[in-house]
Design a protein. Structure first.
Length: 263
């Protein structure tokens, strides 16, 4: 049975953890889907792990559409989400066109980095039948504004602000939230405050689900690994076994552990 946004909401209500991974091609998409992954993300992280850039900023809508087509061919039941890349939402008109390009490529939902200022954008997309996931916390497209890949939402004021913004985007019609690189305490508070599922990456173990960049899971990422990432292939004999281990550890609440968590 295909995983839908309704199914993810049911999983949250029943306290079943959502396990997701990035995927960029048909072969890995098929492998992850067969292992039982709930959601696949064609992430703009492809700019770093596939193209070799040191940020996600050079990634274009054509890049995401190309990889989304490939992932869609390999995928079976997983919910297929595609990233809206840097500067793909400059005006409402262009946002709608770019989202349409990704939906035609096979995406079932688009993910946009930002906060409460996206409310109009979210409403416009949802009214035109494009499901929306909002990405908050460390939003990598803002690396040059943040001055590096830094944990977000550390102060009491920042935590309260992110909670308010998350409630606003849920109210506007967002059906999923990705929270990246925030204290575990805030990851937990977000998940409790919202009805829609919160998928964490470096947001602690108490979010409704987890997502990881596939290259990090396989231990083939070049350079410094983010603190939240874990090489699951190191303790496995094959790629399918590593993926199954990841999914099982997420479902059982064993990943992320303390060492992969910001407090
Ligand atoms: N391989 C890979 N994994 C990812 O998770 C990922 C990408 N690439 N590319 C796109 C973005 C960039 N991401 C990143 C990149 C670096 C850090 C990082 O180094 N964070 C520091 C936090 C430092 C602090 O304490 O403020 C860390 O130690 O993890 C985090 C997220 C997440 N995404
Ligand atoms: C790390 C995830 C959430 C992402 O946005 C990406 O892979 O681009
Ligand atoms: Mg991304």
């Amino acid at each position: 049975m295909p995983i839908t946004t309704t199914k993810l909401m049911d999983m949250k209500r029943n306290q079943q953890k959502i396990a997701s991974l990035t995927a960029y091609d048909a072969s890995f998409a098929a492998l992850f889907d067969k292992a039982g992954i709930d959601m696949l993300l064609v992430g703009d992280s492809l700019g770093m792990v596939l193209q070799g850039h040191d940020s996600t900023i050079p990634v274009t809508i054509e890049n995401i559409a190309y990889h989304t087509q490939a992932v869609a061919r390999g995928n079976g039941n997983a919910l297929l989400v595609a990233d809206m890349p840097f500067m793909s939402t400059p005006t409402l008109e262009q946002t709608l066109q770019n989202a349409a390009t990704l939906m035609r490529a096979g995406a079932q939902m688009v993910k946009i980095e930002g906060g409460a200022w996206l409310c109009e954008t979210i409403q416009a997309l949802v009214r035109r039948a494009v499901p929306v996931c909002v990405h908050m916390g460390l939003t990598p497209q803002s690396v040059n504004v943040f001055g590096g890949y830094k944990v977000q939402g550390r102060s009491e004021a920042d935590m309260a602000e992110m909670l308010n913004q998350a409630k606003a985007v849920e109210q506007a019609g967002a059906q999923l939230l990705v929270a990246e690189c925030i204290p575990a305490q805030l990851g937990k508070a977000l998940s409790q405050a919202l009805t829609i599922p919160v998928i964490g990456i470096g947001a602690g173990v108490d979010t409704d689900g987890q997502i990881l960049v596939m290259h990090d899971l396989l231990g083939i990422t070049q350079g410094q690994l983010p603190k939240f990432a874990k090489n699951f292939l190191a303790q496995s004999n094959s790629i399918p076994e590593a993926v199954t281990r990841y999914i099982t550890d997420v479902r059982r609440g064993l990943f992320p552990s303390e060492q992969h968590t910001f407090s």
